[in-house]
Ligand binder design. Structure first.
Ligand SMILES: Nc1nc2c(ncn2[C@@H]2O[C@H](COP(=O)(O)OP(=O)(O)OP(=O)(O)O)[C@@H](O)[C@H]2O)c(=O)[nH]1
Ligand SMILES: [Mg+2]
Length: 204
């Protein structure tokens, strides 16, 4: 069975928990505990395949805190980065998170391929007090090779589901590619033997 690990990150109060709970239960409660972190588990069947999904929803983080993310980067296969379209500072924080995820030194340890990232502009229902334009979100996502969408966890259910499924499908594609690229033990041994003896034979 495929294991997929997702981290939902972003500034304080952007709607990380609301989006996660909306996806898991289809409900919008309105107020969510933010003083402890949660890892939710969900069993999914996607394109005929069973998968076990884990979603990490961190506890409230100050946006002033330096973006370190070391453990999240090691743990997650993909990231949902959330900002609030009515709060410019949350967009700056989302940008800092994406920069951190896309740093070249981040890519070598866990993955042969880039992590799948989805940038989400949440609280679209507050567009009358919008501080971040749709184009700005779209441009950032394009520059950093992320998917992008704007939505409202409060008003939309299907869109939230589609957004999570899109990201999970990207992760599954990445996992398949990674599997293909990994040389099997016997193949890499054959390559090693060939390299050593092939070279010797040439020099004789
Ligand atoms: N209007 C509106 N409010 C929302 C939406 N999503 C979340 N909220 C509200 O925003 C507030 C923060 O939502 P949370 O889901 O707790 O945000 P969070 O990112 O998990 O916050 P922390 O855990 O404290 O970092 C709550 O009062 C939610 O009801 C949305 O789409 N529209
Ligand atoms: Mg929360």
């Amino acid at each position: 069975m495929n294991e997929v690990k997702l981290a939902v990150l972003g500034g304080k109060g952007t709607g990380k928990s609301a989006l996660t709970v909306r996806f898991l239960t289809k409900r919008f409660i309105g107020e969510y505990a933010s003083n402890f972190e949660s890892i939710y588990n969900k069993h999914l069947c996607l394109e005929g395949k069973q998968l076990n999904l884990e979603i990490y929803d961190p506890c409230s983080q100050s946006q002033k805190v330096k973006v370190s993310l070391t453990s999240e980067l090691h743990w997650a296969d993909g990231f949902v980065i959330v900002y609030d379209i009515s709060d410019r500072s949350s967009f700056a924080f989302a940008k800092a998170l994406i920069h951190r995820i896309r740093e070249p030194q981040t890519s070598h340890w866990k993955r042969a391929l880039e992590a799948a990232v989805l940038l989400v502009g949440n609280k679209q229902d507050l567009c009358h007090v919008r501080e971040v334009g749709w184009e700005e979100g779209q441009r950032l996502a394009q520059d950093k090779r992320c998917q992008f969408c704007e939505l409202s966890a409060a008003d939309q259910c299907l869109e939230v589901e589609i957004m999570f499924i899109r990201l999970i499908k990207d992760i599954l594609t990445n996992l398949k590619l990674k599997e293909k690229r990994r040389p099997s033990g016997s193949k890499s041994m054959a390559k090693l033997i060939n390299n050593v003896f092939g070279k010797r034979r040439k020099s004789v």
